[in-house]
Design a protein around this ligand. Structure first.
Ligand code: ATP
Length: 248
């Protein structure tokens, strides 16, 4: 339909016309909304997590990244993992200065072990119009074959794997675990893998700060400084609650 000349419209019609246009724009925005999902034990959350996800958010134009602390991680020794309420609180403190970061307690609200397949299904069903991007580090991705129903994960969401600098030079055939090869084809134009469901799998090189929660816990246990490895608010919280200070 050819839009009428604005000058020919009455004031009331103009208002209705502008309103309709704004509605359409809002609708398109909602339809194009890209949301990142970043799960982790966050025991505790550190600057490596935050910087990596910020680089991914910017590169892929994600409007929001939801941090999702796991309740009981299926692949980790649980005796080291402190109470969920402390990990949740520390994530809240860590993300509060970034308006694009949010937190979900969906895995903490579910009884038993946390499986990504249930979480992805939850987010997929909650909002069908959003494009989902599940974000994880390469160390986690190489173990994906051990995850519950790992083949189905890609039917619910796109994936972004954060890699260390230089990963881009590795041969394509070395990027995917054997069990995933038949479900993906590489698209040279978009430089990403495409799943049979149509979802994409990107490998994204990030600066990769050499920090891990294990290192942070070890430093605190030894009474050493963790300044500039975790956000100041998280450091203060851990200190106040005597977290990770075994036998002290
Ligand atoms: P731990 O040392 O206790 O194993 P972690 O530091 O690996 O913990 P997790 O909470 O297990 O932290 O990680 C959550 C996600 O963050 C995983 O996908 C992991 O690959 C990724 N990740 C961990 N450390 C970094 C880092 N320094 N930079 C970018 N991503 C990271």
């Amino acid at each position: 339909m050819i839009p009428p000349q604005r000058e020919a419209l009455s004031f009331e019609i103009l208002i209705l016309y502008d309103k309709a246009e704004a509605e359409i724009e809002r609708g398109l925005e909602v339809a194009n909304r890209k949301v990142g999902l970043f799960g982790g034990t966050f025991n505790p959350i550190h600057l490596g997590h935050l910087r990596g996800v910020e680089e991914v958010r910017e590169a892929f134009g994600l409007q929001e990244v939801v941090f999702i602390p796991v309740a009981i991680p299926p692949h980790k020794a649980t005796e080291e993992v402190i109470e969920a309420r402390h990990r949740l609180e520390m994530v809240k403190l860590a993300i509060m200065t970034n308006p694009c970061f949010s937190i979900s307690s969906v895995e903490l609200d579910r009884p038993g072990k946390s499986y990504s397949i249930d979480t992805l299904q939850y987010f997929r069903e909650r909002d069908e119009n959003t494009s989902l991007f599940f974000i994880l580090g390469r160390d986690a991705f190489v173990e994906i074959e051990t995850w519950k129903e790992f083949q189905r994960l890609f039917s619910f969401s796109n994936f972004i794997v954060m890699t260390r600098p230089g990963f881009g030079k590795s041969p394509l055939h070395a990027q995917l675990p054997e069990a995933l090869v038949s479900a993906f084809r590489y698209d040279h134009e978009i430089k990403a893998w495409i799943h049979t469901s149509g979802h994409t799998l990107h490998f994204k090189e990030i600066r990769f700060l050499d920090i891990s929660s294990t290192k942070v816990r070890e430093l605190i246990e030894r009474g050493e400084s963790v300044k500039y490895l975790i956000p100041a608010g998280v450091e203060a919280y851990a200190k106040e609650h005597g977290l990770y200070r075994k036998n002290r």
